[in-house]
Design a protein. Sequence first.
Length: 77
Amino acid sequence: MKTRFAVVMLLVLALAVPASMLAQQNNKAEKDVLAVVDEINQANRTGGADAAAVFEKYLANGVVRVPVSGHFLPRQI
C-alpha cells in the first residue's frame, strides 16, 4: 500500500513540474491575450467610433455581437 502511494506521489510530482515550467513560459502570451481582451471589453463598454475601430482591428468578418438588449449586431463590412 505504501509503495503504491509513493509511486502515485512521484508520478504527480513528475507531471506537476513540467506543467509549472510551461505555465511560466506562456506567461507573456497570456498577458498579451488578456491585454487584447481588456481592450475589446473597454471598447464594448464605451461604444462610438473608437470602439468600431477596435472591433474592426480584432474581430473577424463573421462576428455577430449580442449586447444586453438582445439585438444582433453583425459586423459591417
